[in-house]
Design a protein around this ligand. Structure first.
Ligand SMILES: *[C@@H]1O[C@H](CO)[C@@H](O)[C@H](O)[C@H]1NC(C)=O
Ligand SMILES: *[C@@H]1O[C@H](CO)[C@@H](O)[C@H](O)[C@H]1NC(C)=O
Ligand SMILES: *[C@@H]1O[C@H](CO)[C@@H](O)[C@H](O)[C@H]1NC(C)=O
Ligand SMILES: *[C@@H]1O[C@H](CO)[C@@H](O)[C@H](O)[C@H]1NC(C)=O
Ligand SMILES: *[C@@H]1O[C@H](CO)[C@@H](O)[C@H](O)[C@H]1NC(C)=O
Ligand SMILES: *[C@@H]1O[C@H](CO)[C@@H](O)[C@H](O)[C@H]1NC(C)=O
Ligand SMILES: *[C@@H]1O[C@H](CO)[C@@H](O)[C@H](O)[C@H]1NC(C)=O
Ligand SMILES: *[C@@H]1O[C@H](CO)[C@@H](O)[C@H](O)[C@H]1NC(C)=O
Ligand SMILES: *[C@@H]1O[C@H](CO)[C@@H](O)[C@H](O)[C@H]1NC(C)=O
Ligand SMILES: *[C@@H]1O[C@H](CO)[C@@H](O)[C@H](O)[C@H]1NC(C)=O
Ligand SMILES: *[C@@H]1O[C@H](CO)[C@@H](O)[C@H](O)[C@H]1NC(C)=O
Ligand SMILES: *[C@@H]1O[C@H](CO)[C@@H](O)[C@H](O)[C@H]1NC(C)=O
Length: 461
C-alpha cells in the first residue's frame, strides 16, 4: 500500500487532490506552491517516506496549528515543531526567495542559489537554503544531528537541557547533569550517546539493526532515548537519564511530597501531616500557622526537601540534637533533615520545595509544626526497617563496591546509625536499643525480612 502510494507520487503531484482523505504529497515546496495554509491537506515527505512535514492541529490549543516534522508511521511523534499559528497564517516562499511562517520567528532570507526549495531528508532534516531544522532542535535530537553545545538546546514546557549537559526546571533550577558535566555531542544511529570527551553511553538495544531512534526531552522533564522497529507501531524507552521520577524538580508543587507508588510513571503528590492542599490543588500549606516558641517537629522518614535546604557546617550542630536545636532557635527554619548514613549531615530548610520520598535519601526530615497540631507522621518505616530487616542484613558481608546500592544503604543505616535514630527523638524507643546492640554484635537470630524494604510507606510504628 505504501509502496503503491510512493510509485504513484509523480502523478499525484500534478493532480488536484482526488479525495479529501488523501493528502497532497510534495517532494519539495517552492515559491510556486505558496502559500501553504494550515487547513490544506498537504504533506512534504522525505525520499523514502520515513519523515513527513506539514501542519498538525495543536494538541493544546484548538484552532491553532503547528508546522511539524513527524515520523510518517507515527503521526503523533513530532520531532520538530514551529510556534503555533492561526488558521489564517501560511507558510510561504516569496518570489524573491524568502521563506516565512506568519507571525513566527521562522523566517529565512533569500540566499543563493535562487529559487530555493524546502526539502525534508530521510534523516528528518528540513532544509531551505542554508537553514536546517537540525540546527534548531525543539525537544528531540535525531541520529546524525549535532546538538548545539550551548544555551537551551532542548525545551519542553518549563524543562530544558542546557549547554548539552544539565536538565533545568524554570530559568535556572538544575536537577540533573551528565557525569562530570561533559557535553553531549550526538546520538548515533546505532543507539549510543557520544560525548565531547570521547566517552559514550549505550542504550539498551544498542546496535540492534534497522531501528528508528530519537533522544527526547519529555513533558515529565526526563531525557530518554526511544527506539522502534519500523512498522511496530510502538516506541520503547531504551535509555533514560533519571530513574526516580520524583527527583525531577517541579514534579510536585511547593510543600508537597512526591512518592513513587509503582514504577516510573505512577506517583502521587502528597501533603505532609499537618498540611492541607491549597484550593488550586498544586501545593500544600500548614493547617495551623507557626508561631514562635510554640512548635514541635514531626519525623518524616525517607522524605527529602533537600533542594530548599542548606547544609549546616557548624560542628557543634552535627549530631542529631545539635541539628534539632539549631533549627528550633532559628525562626526561618521550617524543617531540618538529618542523614543517618554516617555523614552526620544536617540540612536546614527555609523552604519546602521539591520534596520526595525515597529510601535512597537515607534521610529523615523533621517538619516544624504548631504544638497544637494533632496530626501524626504517616511517613514511617525507618525504625521498622531497622527492627525487621537489619537482623538479616547485618549478617551479610557489606558490599565493598557500589554494585548493589540498596543493600549497601541498608547495611550502613543498620550497622552504624541505628542507635542515634532509634533513641534520637523518641525516648520511648529506648527499649529497642538493647536489640540494636545485639544486632551490632551479630547476636540476633537471622530471620527473613517480613516484606520487601521498599514498601514501608503506609506502615505504622
Ligand atoms: C516548484 O515545484 C513544482 C512542483 O511542486 C515544480 O513543478 C516546479 O518546477 C518547482 N519550481 C522550481 C523553480 O523548482
Ligand atoms: C494519524 O494517523 C491516523 C491513523 O493512520 C489517522 O487516523 C489520523 O487522521 C492521522 N492524523 C493526522 C493529523 O494526520
Ligand atoms: C499577525 O500578527 C498581526 C499583529 O499581531 C495580526 O494583525 C495578524 O492577524 C497576524 N496574522 C496571522 C496570520 O495570524
Ligand atoms: C503572511 O505573511 C505573508 C508573507 O510575509 C504576507 O504576504 C501575508 O499578508 C501575511 N498574512 C497575514 C494574514 O498576516
Ligand atoms: C545563511 O546565509 C545568510 C546569508 O548568506 C546568513 O546571513 C546567515 O547567517 C546564514 N545562516 C546560517 C544558519 O548559516
Ligand atoms: C557523533 O559524534 C561522534 C564522536 O565525536 C563522531 O565520531 C560522529 O561522526 C558524530 N556523528 C555525526 C553524524 O556527526
Ligand atoms: C511553567 O511554570 C509556570 C510557573 O510555575 C506555570 O505557570 C506555567 O504553567 C508552566 N508552563 C508550562 C508549560 O508548564
Ligand atoms: C551554560 O553555559 C553558560 C556559559 O558558558 C554558563 O554561564 C551557564 O551557567 C551554564 N549553565 C548550566 C546550567 O550549565
Ligand atoms: C535563578 O532565578 C531566580 C529568578 O529568576 C533568581 O532570583 C535567582 O537569583 C537565580 N539564581 C541563580 C543561581 O542564578
Ligand atoms: C503497542 O504496545 C501496546 C501496549 O504495550 C500493545 O498493546 C500493542 O499491541 C502494541 N502494538 C504493536 C503494534 O505492537
Ligand atoms: C498522610 O496523610 C495525609 C493527610 O491525611 C495524606 O494526604 C497522605 O496521603 C498520607 N500519606 C501517606 C504516605 O499515606
Ligand atoms: C540487590 O539486592 C536486592 C536485595 O538483596 C536484590 O533483590 C537485588 O536483586 C540486588 N540487585 C542486584 C543488581 O544485584
Amino acid at each position: 500500500m505504501t509502496r503503491l502510494l510512493w510509485c504513484t507520487l509523480p502523478l499525484l503531484l500534478f493532480l488536484p487532490s482526488i479525495t479529501t482523505a488523501q493528502p497532497q504529497i510534495l517532494a519539495s515546496f517552492n515559491a510556486s506552491d505558496s502559500p501553504w495554509l494550515p487547513t490544506q491537506n498537504k504533506r512534504l515527505i522525505s525520499p523514502s517516506r520515513t519523515f513527513t512535514a506539514g501542519f498538525l492541529p495543536s494538541p493544546t490549543s484548538s484552532g491553532s496549528f503547528i508546522f511539524s516534522i513527524f515520523y510518517t508511521s507515527f503521526n503523533n511523534t513530532v520531532v520538530w515543531s514551529s510556534a503555533p499559528v492561526s488558521s489564517s497564517s501560511s507558510l510561504s516562499i516569496s518570489p524573491s526567495g524568502v521563506l516565512s511562517l506568519n507571525n513566527t520567528s521562522w523566517t529565512v532570507p533569500s540566499t543563493s542559489p535562487p529559487n530555493p526549495q524546502l526539502t525534508l531528508s530521510d534523516s528528518g532534516d528540513l532544509t531551505f537554503a542554508n537553514w536546517s531544522s537540525f540546527k534548531f532542535p525543539t525537544d528531540t535530537i535525531l541520529p546524525e544531528q549535532i546538538i548545539p553545545p550551548t544555551g537551551k538546546t532542548l525545551v519542553n514546557g518549563n524543562f530544558s537541557l542546557v549547554n548539552a549537559t544539565s536538565l533545568v526546571f524554570g530559568p535556572n533550577d538544575s536537577y540533573w547533569s551528565f557525569t562530570n558535566s561533559v557535553a553531549l555531542l550526538n546520538l548515533t544511529s546505532g543507539g549510543s550517546l557520544m560525548f565531547q570527551d570521547g566517552s559514550s553511553l549505550i542504550a539498551a538495544d544498542v546496535d540492534a539493526p534497522n531501528r528508528l531512534r530519537r533522544l527526547t526531552l519529555g513533558p515529565d522533564g526526563n531525557l530518554k532515548v526511544y527506539s522502534a522497529a519500523p512498522g511496530s507501531g510502538n516506541w520503547t524507552v531504551v535509555w533514560r537519564a533519571i530513574q526516580e521520577r520524583c527527583t525531577i524538580h517541579g514534579t510536585c508543587g511547593t510543600g508537597m511530597i512526591c512518592a513513587t507508588i509503582d514504577g516510573y510513571d505512577d506517583f502521587n503528590c502528597l501533603c505532609p501531616p499537618g498540611f492541607d492542599r491549597d484550593s488550586d490543588g498544586q501545593s500544600c500549606r500548614r493547617r495551623i500557622p507557626l508561631t514562635p516558641a510554640d512548635d514541635k517537629f514531626l519525623r518524616l522518614d525517607f522524605v527529602s526537601f533537600a533542594d530548599g535546604a542548606t547544609p549546616l557546617s557548624d560542628p557543634s550542630a552535627l549530631n542529631f540534637e545539635g541539628c534539632r536545636s539549631y533549627c528550633a532557635r532559628n525562626a526561618s527554619c521550617v524543617a531540618f533533615g538529618y542523614k543517618f548514613s554516617g555523614s552526620q549531615s544536617c540540612m536546614l530548610n527555609t523552604r519546602l520545595v521539591n520534596g520526595y520520598w525515597s529510601p535512597a535519601t537515607e534521610l529523615a526530615t523533621f517538619l516544624r509544626v504548631s504544638r497544637r497540631e494533632s496530626a501524626t507522621s504517616n511517613f514511617t518505616g525507618m525504625s521498622t526497617m531497622l527492627e525487621t530487616t537489619c537482623p538479616v542484613r547485618i549478617r551479610l558481608p557489606v558490599p565493598r563496591s557500589d554494585s548493589n546500592s540498596t543493600t549497601w544503604n541498608l547495611a550502613i543505616i543498620c550497622s552504624l546509625f541505628a542507635v542515634e535514630l532509634l533513641a534520637g527523638d523518641r525516648p520511648e524507643a529506648r527499649p529497642s536499643m538493647g536489640k540494636v546492640a545485639k544486632m551490632l554484635e551479630g547476636l540476633v537470630e537471622i530471620t527473613e525480612p517480613g516484606r520487601p524494604t521498599i514498601f514501608y510507606l503506609n506502615e505504622e510504628e
